[in-house]
Design a protein. Structure first.
Length: 313
């Protein structure tokens, strides 16, 4: 069963919004850093939801769609880990206190869900209308893979961020220190954005770029819009907890970007060959898990370098 009714789309998004509301209203009612135990439990909850949903896909859509969901979920989760480096850089640069980081990431993830929905629908519409777009996506994925492999240390330059430049034209930015978790404050009767909101804006804009780079990869695994969207949502849902789980050891994963590059190269080639040779989904799942596991193992065993993280000049 490839078609999913509108009611199912609505029900799925309603459940995700309820989870996000509970997280913001009750779990993050007061600003405080997310501890290791809480982050572990929340990520375990999100991962369990993804696996339960995958079982539902298996029951109602069949084994092949379940394999596609699981492969897409693992691919998007592994690619999202690379985005954690950006989060770390942004928080270091703006000197965001640990107790305010969960709030920024919560709203950042909510915005990411909206942007992913728009990007996925646009990509799906393009693929349905123009078959040759598959080849364009394949080339873009391979270019992204090479860029990730070749790039050096990530650098943060907020003053050159187009979103920040545009925002400053319409809204003044406060220079006050981050002594609370407000995104906006009034100074002399004028509404100002706080540095915390600028932090959020940079995270959102970086995720948009990341989405445009990463989402075409999952279209090499499946063109079912519902599977593409739900696997992305579940990957993003646990991203904040994953950040707090890994933030202390993220610099240790020195070979992770090499693994991500290999995964992207694989899915890019798979997309270019899809009209000539069909690679089974279980083979893709094996490749993705194997490469990711090898990259993590190599980092833990042989990676002794640390990523230098920029600080505010």
């Amino acid at each position: 069963m490839d078609l999913v009714t509108a009611e199912f789309w609505v029900a799925f998004n309603a459940v995700i919004l309820v989870i996000m509301f509970i997280d913001l209203k009750y779990l993050q009612k007061d600003s405080h850093a997310m501890g290791l135990r809480k982050a572990s439990l929340w990520y375990l909850f999100c991962a369990s939801l993804a696996l339960a949903f995958n079982f539902g896909v298996y029951k109602y859509m069949g084994r092949e769609k379940a394999m596609q969901f699981l492969t897409g979920y693992i691919v998007e989760t592994s690619l999202s880990v690379d985005n954690l480096f950006v989060f770390l850089l942004v928080f270091k640069y703006f000197e965001v206190p640990a107790k305010f980081q969960p709030r920024v990431l919560h709203w950042g993830i909510l915005g990411a869900l909206v942007m992913r929905f728009a990007v996925i629908l646009s990509g799906s519409a393009l693929l349905n209308a123009f078959h040759w777009v598959f080849y364009v996506f394949g080339v873009l994925i391979i270019v992204t893979a090479v860029r990730i492999m070749m790039e050096g240390e990530k650098e943060l330059a907020p003053e050159r961020n187009p979103a920040i430049k545009l925002f400053r034209k319409f809204m003044p930015v406060s220079v006050r220190r981050m002594d609370d978790d407000h995104f906006f404050v009034r100074e002399n009767g004028i509404l100002h954005a706080t540095p915390l909101f600028i932090t959020l804006l940079i995270i959102e804009s970086s995720d948009l770029v990341f989405a445009v780079d990463s989402i075409p990869a999952i279209f090499a695994i499946t063109t079912n819009t519902f599977i593409v969207y739900t696997s992305n949502v579940f990957a993003i849902l646990g991203l904040r907890a994953l950040y707090f789980l890994l933030s202390g050891i993220i610099p240790m994963f020195v070979f992770l970007k090499h693994g991500i590059s290999i995964i992207l190269l694989y899915v890019g080639v798979k997309m270019l060959l899809m009209d000539f040779y069909h690679i089974p989904t279980h083979v893709s799942l094996f490749v993705v898990v194997g490469v990711l596991g090898a990259a993590i193992a190599a980092s833990l065993l042989f990676g002794h370098g640390k990523m230098k993280v920029g600080s505010r000049p």
